[in-house]
Design a protein around this ligand. Structure first.
Ligand code: ADP
Length: 384
């Protein structure tokens, strides 16, 4: 029987799972259990995992990889989840109160049901931990960081890492470029959106910060905002801390601007002449361009721009609105290549100095690959 890696992505009320053959990392099966803890759904994450294992039948994974949102400064790469590592993920709960607890529930459930299977944590923050202090620190008094961990961690790291590596490999193959010399800006545009500046495969800056709220305009998150707006709204509109939190994370972004967080719908409405949708797109794309410009300055030279995730991979109109005004920075777009639909890695610039690429992201496979790299080698050795 071939070895397999089970990748678990636990949300507050869902458990997404993917089983991969190792070490080829081809997908064997996948599924999603929803409405955990809700009426008619699985009782808890342990029950959800039991359902996944029932579905897998005889197939028992050799390694389980968990997507974990917050790894703080501790986790700079994938980590074997021993007692100490689990305790550290627990210690980080205050930084990700909605996200780390379901991951922990998944880890505990696996420990109970598959006690001898090694578990590996793959962290959304890990890829960004190479950021220099100058990018990671806020201009706040040192105690804010020392006592409360207030610094920039970044998120979507697994995606930025994956697409920057794939883009580097692609440009090496097609153009003979040395990946170590490449300065890329990667744009993960999904429901959540973030940009990263990646020099030679190493992250040097990213747009999300202490939480995934900072940076680009997203489906329902505002991104960058004068922090004084928070205290101003609390006083002027009488909002509590929780209400402001909700406003900025769930009722803002594209949804706040035009009532719609699905980019497809926003594009349709803008095309039909809806002024709110048009303004929302303008703000969304302008923010992306500001980050591309900022990161070109951080990197000193821009060699490539990489679009990924639901919007980045599929929305030609968003790519056009981002790229066309950046002609002065060497960004060009081949209209036909941009409009073509494909699930492949592809280049869509018109031959300018900046390579513009679409790289479909694949966080699950990357988690499987990283989890196997930590725990699979030992298993292969033990088998031999
Ligand atoms: P998540 O961040 O939840 O992983 P995805 O990366 O799947 O999300 O991205 C979801 C977003 O992608 C949605 O806002 C959706 O509008 C957008 N999207 C998907 N397909 C298209 C498309 N063809 N055109 C424009 N936007 C699209």
């Amino acid at each position: 029987m071939t070895a397999s890696v089970l990748v678990l992505n636990a949300g507050s009320s869902s458990l997404k799972w993917d089983l991969f053959a190792a070490p080829a990392f081809s997908s064997l099966r996948s599924g999603m259990i929803e409405r955990i803890g809700e009426k008619g759904g699985a009782l808890d994450h342990a029950a959800a995992l039991a359902a996944v294992l029932d579905e897998l039948g005889e197939a028992r994974p050799a390694v389980v990889g968990h997507r974990i949102v917050h790894g703080g400064r501790t986790f700079t790469g994938p980590a074997l989840l021993d007692e100490a590592a689990i305790a550290e993920v627990e210690r980080l709960v205050p930084l990700a109160p909605l996200h780390n607890p379901p991951a922990l529930a998944g880890i505990r459930a696996v420990a109970e049901r598959l006690p001898n299977v090694p578990q590996v944590g793959v962290f959304d923050t890990a890829f960004h931990q190479t950021m220099p202090e100058a990018a990671a620190r806020y201009a706040l008094p040192a105690w804010c960081e020392r006592e409360h961990g207030v610094r920039r961690y970044g998120f979507h790291g697994t995606s930025h890492q994956y697409v920057s590596r794939v883009a580097g490999d692609y440009l090496q193959r097609t153009d003979g470029r040395d990946p170590v010399e490449l300065n890329l800006v990667t744009l993960h545009l999904g429901n959540g959106c973030s940009a990263a500046a990646v020099a030679g495969g190493v992250c040097v800056d990213t747009s999300m910060g202490l939480t995934p709220l900072e940076g680009l305009v997203m489906g329902t998150r505002c991104g960058d905002l004068d922090p004084a707006a928070v205290t101003y709204l609390q006083r002027a509109a009488g909002l509590s801390a929780e209400e402001v939190d909700r406003l900025l994370n769930r009722e803002s972004g594209l949804k706040g601007l035009c009532g719609e967080n699905d980019v497809r719908r926003v594009l349709q409405r803008a095309a039909a002449g809806d002024a709110d949708a048009e303004l929302a797109l303008d703000i969304y794309c302008r923010r992306i361009r500001k980050y591309v410009g900022a990161y070109a300055a951080v990197l000193g030279r821009l060699d490539g721009l990489v679009f990924t995730a639901g919007v980045g991979e599929n929305a030609a109109e968003i790519r056009r609105r981002v790229c066309e005004p950046l002609a002065g920075f060497g960004v060009t777009l081949d209209a036909a290549a941009n409009a073509a639909r494909s699930g492949e890695v592809r280049r869509i610039d018109a031959g300018g100095p900046v390579a513009v690429l679409i790289v479909p992201t694949d966080e699950e496979t990357e988690i499987a690959r990283q989890a196997w790299s930590v725990a699979g080698g030992d298993l292969a050795a033990a088998d031999a």
